[in-house]
Design a protein around this ligand. Structure first.
Ligand code: GN1
Ligand code: MG
Length: 374
């Protein structure tokens, strides 16, 4: 195992955990925070926890961030308890770092937090069975339902304008103009692709401004690997990575889940012939999403399910391109071409979505009709 630059044993000792540190293992799922699974031993046996370094370049106000997470997880815990669920498994729990402290700041200024580790679950990066994707849709749908009565105005905006695709296009144009690390000339095709598609960037924001769509409490990072699945039943048990829970459009959550899960290739795949849009996976997710939304879904949303999928793929693609041009300052990378490779998979997926556009739109209408005729 590669050596970690962090003294996880020492950091773990800062949290009020029941027992002695045994060991830790890095979890390399996300592009933003650094996460470790730690084992703790006490007389009652062994338990696992998650220790995570909050990326404060991205989340500049860790107090506001943790306030959101405590508020949201407390709310969800009450809902689960009231509805006969298991709050220990079905939501994250923040373990304090001393009296009244939701996180620990080390001597280098890094901020660390500690969560429960949900035993008997695992996350997925690819889908081997469409039922898993359907279960992901149900889990994110339930997450939305549990937060439907959460006081939206009390949420802090942890990253302003997070899914404002128009502002993301502006950020890309600034990165192209600055060309901080001299990479623009190598990616002219990607820049041309981004510019060709930019006129559509404001479509959902326009519908919001016209009152045809409305804001709700959304997750905003609905990657498949942000759901923990029960290892035995494959049910989506717990939604994790709550850093971007903010007011948003539920179409963002739908589209982002499709972007990641209905791609037959991984986000960082270099062989673009492996990238394609899987209509069967799209259909099962639409089914799960429409079922989980109940009467909360509007016709305007249904009419924009395909578009939201494309928009979220575009937004993510241009964010990777922007970061590549800026010299990889935002997303974690392990190879110098990671960000441009990620951008290319997103743009290749858009091409394939466009070739299947009629079917994507028809699937959304058909599933919705089936539901309203029930
Ligand atoms: C980041 O941390 P992670 O990997 O869950 C990013 C998302 C992107 C995603 C792309 C705070 O999510 O917005 O969609 O990478 N999170 C943030 O894989 O920027
Ligand atoms: Mg995240």
């Amino acid at each position: 195992m590669e050596k970690s630059p962090f003294d996880i044993k020492k950091i773990t000792s800062e949290f009020c955990l029941p027992g002695e540190y045994v060991d830790c293992e890095p979890i390399k799922n996300g592009h933003i925070n650094d996460t470790f699974k730690v084992r703790i031993k006490s007389q009652e046996g062994e338990k696992q926890f998650l220790i995570q370094r909050i990326n404060t370049d991205v989340f500049k106000d860790p107090d506001a961030l943790m306030e959101n997470i405590i508020g949201v997880t407390d709310h969800i815990r009450r809902f689960i308890a009231k509805n006969g669920g298991d709050p220990e498994r079905e939501t994250l729990k923040v373990y304090p770092a001393g009296e009244g402290k939701n996180y620990y700041r080390d001597e280098n200024g890094s901020c660390w937090r500690c969560y429960n580790y949900v035993a008997g679950t695992s996350s997925r990066n690819v889908i081997d069975d469409p039922a898993v994707f359907y279960n992901a849709a149900k889990a994110f749908g339930r997450f939305r339902q549990m937060l439907a009565d959460y006081p939206i105005e009390s949420l802090n905006e942890t990253i302003p304008d997070f899914h404002d695709t128009v502002k993301r296009v502006e950020a890309l144009e600034r990165a192209i103009a600055q060309d901080a690390v001299g990479r623009a000339a190598q990616v002219t095709e990607e820049i041309a692709f981004a510019r060709k598609h930019s006129p559509e960037a404001g479509r959902l924001l326009d519908l919001l401004a016209k009152g045809e769509l409305s804001l709700s409490v959304t997750h905003n990072d609905t990657k498949l690997n942000n759901v923990l699945f029960d290892e035995t039943t494959n049910q989506g048990i717990c939604v994790v990575d709550l850093d971007t829970v903010m007011p948003g459009l539920s179409l963002y959550d739908f589209g982002d889940a499709i972007r990641f899960g209905a791609n037959t290739a991984s986000e960082g795949e270099r062989d673009l012939t492996k990238v394609s849009f899987d209509l069967e996976l799209y259909k099962v997710y639409v089914q799960g999403y429409i079922e989980a939304s109940g009467s909360a879904i509007s016709e305007c949303e249904v009419n924009n399910l395909a578009f939201a999928s494309k928009l979220m793929t575009y937004e993510c693609g241009i964010r990777f391109l922007t970061d590549y041009l800026n010299g990889d300052v935002y997303f974690n990378i392990s190879k110098p071409d990671d960000n441009i490779a990620r951008c290319r998979t997103q743009f290749a997926l858009i091409d394939d979505m466009e070739s299947k556009w009629e079917q994507m739109e028809e699937i959304a209408r058909e599933v919705y009709r089936g539901k309203t005729n029930d």
